[in-house]
Design a protein around this ligand. Sequence first.
Ligand code: SF4
Ligand code: SF4
Length: 239
Amino acid sequence: MPKKANVKLKKIKAKIKEHINEAVPQSNINYCLTCGLCVSGCPASGLEGLDPRKFLRLIVLGQDEEILGTDWIYSCTMCARCKYACPMGIDIGRIVYELRGMRPKDKRPPNLQRSCDLQKKSNSTGIPNEDFVWVVGDVLEEVHQNEPDWADLKAPIDKKGAKYYLNQNAKEPTVEPEEMVPLWKILHAAGIDWTYSSKWWDGANYCLFTGDPQDWEYTVRKQAETVDSLGCRYYINTE
Ligand code: SF4
Ligand code: SF4
């Protein structure tokens, strides 16, 4: 019988691996073949010194400190390309989402967290709802004055019973308001009956990117309630 090696094996904690196995059971990370197909089309490959295959190896090998210490999870765009390339169907973007949610809020990229926090109050840039309403009216007036062909262009807000509800990326009314106009023109030319809302009008949802399902759901529910209260039939999400 061979002698037992006189080496105490360090117990690997691998808390992250445990969590991923529970939270993303459809992606069995133990099945990774280290084939590297996930790396081939990954836009985050090589950033922060990692690629999806190396990242996954760190999890499988229980290297929790390295995983928690890297910002690569914010380089991954969660685009899911790797999932479709992977012969074992491992969804690295989904795993990254879990890991983002595991980060304490004060250790996340501040701008990302701030946008999510603001989103839960109203919109991701924090501009007052009255300013949104004013900007829409002001831009519309400018179009009427300067573009005779679009003198009857409309940008309705809180129009009860409109068939389509349209949301808006908050960045546009905040920093580039004229960028809202092309979509208004398309809807107008297509004869679409639409409306914005004066509240919960922001279509972006940064809480998806912070990995907070409760916060994400909260803002989506607020938007859905607004659509219902206006009696709209379809929801056009611009994001
Ligand atoms: S493609 Fe899938 S199996 Fe291959 S290295 Fe990437 S995660 Fe592992
Ligand atoms: S989800 Fe992340 S790891 Fe996968 S291809 Fe996209 S950026 Fe790369």
